[in-house]
Design a protein around this ligand. Structure first.
Ligand code: SAM
Ligand code: SF4
Length: 454
C-alpha cells in the first residue's frame, strides 16, 4: 500500500482527470494523504501559459530538494506538461519516476504501481490519434455534490496562439452510452450537478457519422432525469447553434449559463488568431442567445497583447466588453507557446504593454460585473449549496443556475441542497443572500432560522 497526494493545475478537465486517477488508485488499495506524508506526489499539469508551467517546475524542484535530504517523495508528472516536455523531467529530476500525457491516463495507475515498487522511470507519451483513457467515473471527488464529466478529448482547431491541439491531440467525442453510464454512476453517488466539459463541447459529435450532436446529447442527458443541474463549457462560437439554446429552453435542468470565448474584439486579430468568426458573427450569436434565453448569463474569454495587436485593436476589445456586458470574463495576457504559429509572428507586444492592457480590461470588466450583480439585489434565486464559505463563520456557499456565487448563513445540513435565497448585497465577485422559506426539492421546509424539517 502506497500513500499519494495529488496537485492539480489548469482547467476542469484536469480536475476530472485527477478525480478519476484518485478513484482508481484508491480502488488499487493506495491511500490518499498530504504531500508531507506521501510517498508519491502526482502533478496534473497545464501548459496553456508559461506561468502555469513555471509553478510546476518550482514545486518539483522543491520536492527534489526534500527527496535528496529525506529520500521521499517520488513524483509523477501527468497531463499537458508531461506530453510537451516528456523526458526533460526525468533527466533533470531523479525523483520524477513517471511522466504521462493526457491521453495516456489509462496506463498511469499501473505505471505508478510499478515505479512505486522500484521499477525504472517510465515515460508514457501520447499518440495524438489514439486514446488510452481511464475507464472509471470520478467517484472520489473534491466536491460531493458536483462533478465534471469530459465528453470530448482534444481539439483540431489550431488557433494560432494555442498549444492544446499539440498536447491534447485530435478531437474525439466519447460515445453517448459511456457518458450516460457515467451520469448514472455519479447520480447514484449523490451528485446533483454535472458539468459536461471539453475544449469545445459544442463540436461534440462532429466525428460521428450519424448526425448525433451536442444538442442531442444535452437533450438525452437531461432526459435521464437523474441530476438537478447540467452545465457545460467551453463552447466555440464557430460551431455554436440555435439548437443548443433550444435544448436549454426545453430542459430546465440545463443551466442558462454559456461560456462563449470571444478572444478579441478586432476582426483583424480574430483572423490572425484563426478563430473562424468575425465580431458581427459573434454579436449575432449573443443576440440569439439573449433573445431565446433572456435569463441566461454569458461569460467569455479574452486575450490581450496577441502579436500585432495595436492600440486600436485593443480599444476594439474594450468596446466589445462594453457592448456585450459579459457576466464574467477570463482574461489573459498572450503567452507565446512553442510550436504555435503565433509564437513566431513578428510584432510581439512587450510584456509591460500586455500588463497595462490586462489591467485595463480587468478594470472595465470589474465595473460591468459589479453593475450586473448590483441589479440582482432584492431578487430571489435557487442555489445549490455546495460548500462552507472559505471565510468560515457559519457561512455557506452556493451557486445560482447562472453560476453566480452566493454566500448565505445556514446550518451545514443544507450542504448539497437546493434552496431559495433572496439577494441582500452584491459584491464584484459574489452575492450575499438570505434563505427564504419554501418547499425545497426534497420536500423539506426551512425558514430563515434553518430547516424546520430535515
Ligand atoms: N476552446 C476554447 C475556445 O476556443 O475558446 C478555449 C479553451 S483554452 C484551453 C482556454 C483559454 O485559455 C482560451 O479561451 C484563451 O483565452 C486562453 N489561452 C489559450 N492559449 C493562450 C495563450 N497562448 N496565451 C494566453 N491565453 C491563452
Ligand atoms: Fe485552443 Fe480552443 Fe482554439 Fe482549440 S479552439 S485551439 S482549445 S483556443
Amino acid at each position: 500500500m502506497f500513500r499519494f497526494a495529488v496537485h492539480v493545475y489548469g482547467c476542469q478537465m484536469n480536475v476530472y482527470d485527477a478525480d478519476r486517477l484518485r478513484t482508481s488508485l484508491l480502488e488499487m488499495g493506495w491511500e490518499e494523504t498530504t504531500e508531507e506524508t506521501a510517498e508519491m506526489v502526482i502533478f496534473i499539469t497545464c501548459s496553456i501559459r508559461a506561468k502555469a508551467e513555471q509553478k510546476v517546475w518550482s514545486e518539483i524542484g522543491r520536492l527534489e530538494h526534500r527527496h535528496r535530504s529525506r529520500g521521499a517523495p517520488l513524483v509523477a508528472v501527468v497531463g499537458c506538461m508531461g506530453q510537451r516536455l516528456g523526458d526533460a523531467f526525468i533527466s533533470r529530476f531523479p525523483n520524477v519516476r513517471l511522466v504521462a500525457g493526457p491521453r495516456s491516463l489509462g496506463r498511469v495507475p499501473e505505471g505508478l504501481q510499478q515505479v512505486a515498487c522500484g521499477g525504472k522511470a517510465m515515460l508514457l507519451l501520447d499518440d495524438p490519434n489514439a486514446l488510452d483513457d481511464l475507464d472509471c467515473a470520478p467517484l472520489r471527488r473534491e466536491n460531493h455534490w458536483k462533478a465534471f464529466l469530459t465528453i470530448a478529448h482534444g481539439c483540431d482547431n489550431f488557433c494560432t496562439y494555442c498549444i492544446v491541439p499539440y498536447v491534447r491531440g485530435r478531437f474525439r467525442s466519447r460515445a453517448p452510452e459511456e457518458i450516460f453510464r457515467e451520469v448514472r454512476e455519479l447520480a447514484a453517488d449523490g451528485v446533483r450537478e454535472i458539468s459536461l466539459i471539453g475544449q469545445n463541447v459544442n463540436s461534440y459529435g462532429a466525428d460521428f457519422d450519424n448526425g448525433y450532436s451536442f444538442a442531442s446529447l444535452l437533450r438525452d442527458v437531461a432526459g435521464l432525469k437523474l441530476v438537478d443541474r447540467i452545465r457545460f463549457y467551453t463552447s466555440h462560437p464557430r460551431d455554436f447553434t440555435r439548437d443548443i439554446v433550444e435544448a436549454m429552453v426545453e430542459n430546465p435542468e440545463i443551466c442558462p449559463a454559456i461560456n462563449l470565448p470571444i478572444q478579441s474584439g478586432s476582426d483583424r486579430i480574430l483572423k490572425a488568431m484563426r478563430r473562424g468568426y468575425s465580431l458581427e458573427e459573434y454579436a449575432s450569436l449573443v443576440e440569439m442567445i439573449r433573445k431565446i434565453l433572456p435569463e441566461s448569463a454569458v461569460t467569455s474569454d479574452l486575450i490581450v497583447g496577441f502579436p500585432g495587436e495595436t492600440e486600436e485593436d485593443f480599444e476594439a476589445s474594450l468596446a466589445a466588453l462594453k457592448r456585450f456586458k459579459f457576466d464574467l470574463l477570463h482574461s489573459a495576457a498572450y503567452s507565446p507557446r512553442e510550436k504555435t504559429a503565433a509564437s513566431v509572428m513578428g510584432d510581439q507586444v512587450p510584456d509591460h504593454e500586455k500588463k497595462r492592457r490586462l489591467n485595463e480590461v480587468n478594470r472595465v470588466q470589474t465595473l460591468i460585473s459589479a453593475e450586473i450583480n448590483a441589479a440582482l439585489v432584492g431578487k430571489t434565486f435557487e442555489i445549490l449549496i455546495d460548500s462552507t464559505a472559505p471565510k468560515g463563520g457559519g457561512l455557506l456557499q452556493g451557486r445560482t443556475a447562472t453560476d453566480k456565487v452566493v454566500i448565505v448563513e445556514g446550518p451545514e445540513s443544507l450542504l448539497g441542497q437546493l434552496v431559495q435565497v433572496r439577494i441582500d448585497r452584491a459584491g464584484k465577485w459574489f452575492l450575499r443572500g438570505r434563505l427564504i422559506p419554501r418547499e425545497n426539492v426534497n420536500g423539506g421546509r426551512f425558514t430563515d432560522d434553518g430547516p424546520a424539517e430535515a
